[in-house]
Design a protein around this ligand. Sequence first.
Ligand code: BGC
Length: 381
Amino acid sequence: MSNRLGLTALGATLALTLAACGGEGAGGSSSAGDENASAEDMLVGVSMPTQTSERWIADGEAVESQLEALDYQVELAYANDDIPTQAQQIDQMITQGADALIIAAIDGTALSSQLDAAAAAGIPVISYDRLIRDSENVDFYVSFDNFEVGVAQANALLTGLGILDREGEETDVTGPFNVELFAGSLDDNNATFFWEGAMSVLQPYIDNGTLVVKSGQTSIEQAAILRWQQETAQRRMEDLLTSAYNDGSVVDGVLSPYDGLSRGIITALANAGYGTDAKPMPVITGQDAEIASVKLIAEGTQGSTIFKDTRQLAEQAVVAAEAFLEGETPEANDTTTYDNGVKVVPSYLLPVETVFADNIQQTLIDTEYYTQAEVDAGQAD
Ligand code: BGC
């Protein structure tokens, strides 16, 4: 049994403490910060973007179960990657009397009126993994070091190509290698952080000719994939192969910022005959350690992914929500990086780890994120 929900000993201890000192309290938004309100009278609204990606399902379940372990009531909603649906679900949580909101936005700029309503009702808002932009009414941000995710993806690409060794030292391999670049959805603040992190590493190798982007598509606007859609990434890769590799040249590496996109890219490449001894799969990066991609990494089809432990992220969101609900301020470990256009949002950022075929055991199985059987099947229980 894997333990992606992350019910921790810490959570259990906090639950006991809360139960021991819980008094009578009224439900509804007025109870946030009311020290007499008990956890079971409080409702936390959790708004997640989509269930098409396994990572957000794991996030939603982990946040829900950890809040429930502390006796809070939880309203968890997924918005099908549709902005009006997400806005409506959050409106409803506010109407239901939510005492705190945890939101992973589809479009980081599209929720202003919901956030205004939350602020007017005294409901604290925690921005979950994706920073909500252009609003004063974001109280806290929990995420990973998103620039570092991009750096790690670029380093994994260079390592896969043999330009760097596993210690990150340059080898005497100088290419040139043909690479293509993909970015995420531009309405997601993280997409720019991932891109800038990656390009901070790759640009010098492009400038000195070690890496060649044959399509010439080197801007984030050209590389972006709206809503992080796998099919869109597949189509773009097909177009790149047709337009830039119809002269017998091959793609050696692909910077992909998310496992779902990587799988679309792999499908396009496989359909074009890549994945044989004569024409091996390029080195392809990823993110999220989605189980289908971990299997592809184990098999050698995808090169790497970035593991972001959703159990830990959920835990930080829950710790922050609990602090607000007890009338306290959550502890930030970064108060400079995440300017949302109106203010710098106090943040708690977690570190990330790169997964290659040879450390799946240590990073994902030993930590009980997945079992070996799940990796073998490419499917989580
Ligand atoms: C998250 C990534 C995820 C991507 C697509 C980003 O906001 O930080 O972990 O791969 O969205 O869902």
